[in-house]
Design a protein around this ligand. Sequence first.
Ligand code: DGJ
Length: 739
Amino acid sequence: MKLSTSLHRKFTLFSKSLLFCICAYSFQSVKAQKTTIPVETKNTALVLQADKDNNLSIIYFGKKLNNSSEYGFVQSMYHQNTDYTGVAASPYTPAGSRNLFEPAIEVTHADGNNSLDLKFVNTNTEKISDDVALTSVVLKDPAYDFRVTLFYKTYFRENVIEQWSEIKNNEKGNVVLHKFASADLYLQGKTFYLKQYHGDWAQEMQPEEEQITHGIKTLDSKLGTRESLFQPPVFMVSINQPSNEDNGEVLLASVEWSGNYRTDLELDNKDNLRIISGINNYASDYPLQPNKTFTTAKFLYTLSNNGTGEASRQLQSWARNYRILDGNGGRLTLLNNWESTYFDFDEAKLKQLFSDTKKLGVDLFLLDDGWFGNKYPRNSDNAGLGDWQENKKKIPNGIASLVKDATAADVKFGIWIEPEMVNPKSELYEKHPDWVIKQPKRPEYYFRNQLELDLSNPKVQDFVFGVVDSLFIKSPNIAYIKWDCNSVIYNAYSAHEDNQSKLYVDYVEGLYNVLKRIRAKYPKVPMMLCSGGGDRVDYAALQYFTEYWPSDNTDPLERVFIQWEYSYFYPAIASANHVTDWGKQPLKYRVDVAMMGKLGFDIPVSKLDAKDLSFCQSAVKTYDSIKNVVWHGNQYRLQSPWKNDVASIMYVDSTASSAVVFNYLVNNRYNSGSKLPIVLRGLDATKKYRVREINLYPGTHSAIKQNEVYSGNFLMTVGLNPHADAYRTSVILKVEEAR
Ligand code: DGJ
């Protein structure tokens, strides 16, 4: 302890002189020989403390205290049951020594021993910018040359923390990692409520909330890819009361990993909640060679004492500022041809669609599935995947010529790919059966008639990169990519891997290698993350993508609910919303719902009657006038669709001078409607605002008094009634400062 304490003190002194490097947060009480490490954002503190024997524990996680020296008093205020292990509050619980709970890390050492203990060695905090800092905490097993460094990246203003670990094997032989979580949090409270999500195709983000009981609740995915099909990795834990939009302490969290993940929530004998989250260790014992480091996925969380509204605004602003590609930039509106043509198109039809795109007034035409494959033409979903050559019958002049035609029609051109996949009926499969994930001794089993390419294999990574690269080499003006991923991984087996346990992890790392290469060469081109729906969105993938596809279910009534739930975790700018023919709601309702994000259309424009066409054209212009507030503003969920006849969602710009309020009737029973005013949020009480209804359908008139001026105080105390009812099922209000 003496050595590490003095080293730590020396480091604290010297590091002050190092550029961009501070240790100011770390301090020690010499008398008690304890090292306290507060990991702080503007409002949150996660405080670690090493005791005299260098056991590291979480001593506090919650609202930041004014005086950091008082964190040392916290645990004396708790009189709970005994911790029989001494490591129950460990920030990275090691398995096999004293631990009796779910571990964060479990290993077999080079000598075959299964025990692990991790003692505090030192800590450092590096300031990366005025908002971002990185705290590292080094732990070491006293009996083995085996280290773990915990990393806490704090985003001060956003109150967001990203946490991960580096696991270093300095032993003489391989160490097998049986479990390698990103994070291990410890929460204290009277009761805890978990809000989790489940789903299936077209039923994404179905919420469930329950009080957490003793034992372990596991949220996980074993699907390999499109990990969220049954259960997305996002979740929230509310402390002492169920989740509430404006009150109470709540944690919003997600592991950042585009493959199998696992989150264990364990209520222990002291009634405290342990949250252990990271890559799923299912079928994934990972051999770590000597002198090698394994870096875990990141775990992301934000804590708020003012309910899910504030927590999600924190996460959304973090995502825009730091994670989503071009998160503070713009987005392209588009016309997609998937639902209007499916696989049935040719150059003449596409040229017509280019002029429809222009007529509609959107920025880009997006050519969907079906443009490739010759020996096995992609005329349905059972052939051609993997053969990324233009289909000579449908587009004899190739993509480059289509891009030229689109440019001549004054629209941009985007294209659909699904480069990780292969149909057994494809030339790619015939040439490279060893590139396909499948069991050598078992029958193939398909998801949408397709299989996964083995991205653990660098040759396959080159191929997948080449799919994108050759599109851009041939047609540098391609302005948008829709990257689909429809299949899960069955029969996980790689002809490339020497150890099959590595496949699930190496697949995802292989995918990231490809995406990194794409972004190194094409840093800006917008890409949509799609997965036959929204089953692949996560914060690791979103650093390479500008947007995600929330669901193939574009029925706007369903979308009000789906987009509502996604919005707790992801900002509107990333939500690709298309107007389609799904659902029974009027066109206006469909367009209004799609406007709460990145607006697109997937309808046969040429079949629209004059009124519908004129409405869509003016809606695109209206969208231009509100899109900045929707994309970059603060979101307030005013009225939940789950509990009200009318759902209401508001976006306010950063200066509280402009806002837009979307209202949707979600109950079709007799006399349903907005009987009471809807109280607005996020405005300035001292300002005056002019309110007007926008995006009216041609020939209809607003039921609200247009351009009336109200004070912010009135709007945020009494509220506004949008007059939404069976005759006005969807109402958008623009609220602008009256100067
Ligand atoms: C699934 C996507 O979600 C759809 O939008 C469409 O691109 C199809 N794949 C194409 O196969």
